[in-house]
Design a protein around this ligand. Structure first.
Ligand code: GDP
Length: 299
């Protein structure tokens, strides 16, 4: 967790320092509660969560002297309770042969990189993985996935730019079945400027792969870039309106991102968070655990 801690430290020390600043020789009164609420909002926890956390604290401690450390500990405990129910790794069901995972998200969110990281992780568990280069719109995305395929020793099913993504996903599953692969990870396009086209394409991919397995995809994972802050919330809303999202992976938590967005996401949607991305390399995908995360968030 050192990477996560180091990554979050920029923002979390701000949170920790902020709490220290507010509660120097201070009571928990209306003024300090308001300052604390503002601090939590600027740390991306969102208005509703900030209000809930501060009123929780006020319930037992209003008008009493309070140390910054006590504030941090109380908040960390409440945040852990919010995150606990959503922390769920993406387990592969070997009986599915193959377990089909559709990866969605806007361009640049870290989809392709996350597929590479997941492939690395599953290969290490001796699972056979097939990658489908379903972002047929961008040649660079196909090349990038091919690089991950070479690196991880996974077969990549790809076609020329502009090829039908649904047909490609279908072929990838057939290939996986022929080889008795355990997992198929399907990359998809993420153009957000043309929302209706994108969603129609995703819906078509789902429709077509259901011809092979009526329960497919077994997971539809939305990849979110933590550095986009509150924008991540609206992205979940947009995708959820049109396709069923089964879980989230939040990337780029190694940068200056305020990890508070995970708390806001958990409160608003309650979707499972499967893992978090803390860098660009194969081993930079971390399990998401409520306890570690809430502690590193408070610094
Ligand atoms: P896609 O368009 O959604 O497939 O996004 P990519 O996988 O191409 O990622 C976009 C950029 O973000 C690339 O430069 C990645 O190396 C980078 N990236 C992805 N995940 C992470 C992460 O967890 N941390 C950091 N720092 N960069 C990441």
């Amino acid at each position: 967790f050192s990477r996560l801690k180091a990554g979050l430290s920029r923002s979390s020390s701000k949170l920790g320092d902020g709490i220290g600043g507010i509660f120097t020789k201070k009571k928990l009164d209306d003024e300090s509660i308001e300052e604390l609420e503002d601090l939590l909002i600027t740390s991306d926890l969102g208005v509703a969560t900030a209000a809930k956390l501060t009123s929780n604290l006020a319930k037992t401690r209003f008008n009493k002297d309070i140390e910054p450390r006590e504030v941090s500990e109380a908040l960390a405990a409440d945040i852990q309770a919010i995150l606990d129910p959503v922390a769920k790794p993406l387990e592969i069901d070997r009986t599915k042969s193959p377990h089909i995972i559709l990866m969605v998200g806007v361009n640049g969110s870290g989809k392709t990189t996350t597929i590479g990281k997941l492939a690395t992780h599953y290969k290490a568990q001796d699972l056979k993985v097939v990658l489908a280069a379903g972002d047929t719109f961008r040649a660079a995305a196909v090349e990038q996935l091919q690089i991950w395929g070479d690196r991880t020793g996974c077969e990549v099913v790809a076609k020329e730019t502009g090829a039908d993504a649904a047909g490609l996903a279908y072929e990838a599953i057939e290939r996986a079945r022929a080889q008795q692969a355990d997992v198929v990870l399907i990359d998809t396009a993420g153009r957000l400027h043309n929302k209706s086209d994108l969603m129609a394409e995703l819906q078509k991919v789902i429709r077509v792969i259901r011809k092979l397995d009526e329960n497919a995809p077994h997971d539809t994972v939305l990849v979110l870039d933590a550095t986009t802050g509150q924008n991540a919330l609206s992205q979940v809303g947009t995708f959820k309106e049109l396709i069923e999202i089964s879980g989230l992976i939040v990337t780029k938590l190694d940068g200056s991102a305020r990890g508070g967005i995970l708390v806001a996401l958990a409160e608003k949607f309650g979707l499972p968070v499967h893992a978090i991305g803390v860098g660009e390399t194969a081993n930079d995908l971390r399990p998401f655990t409520a306890k570690d995360f809430s502690r590193s968030l408070m610094g």
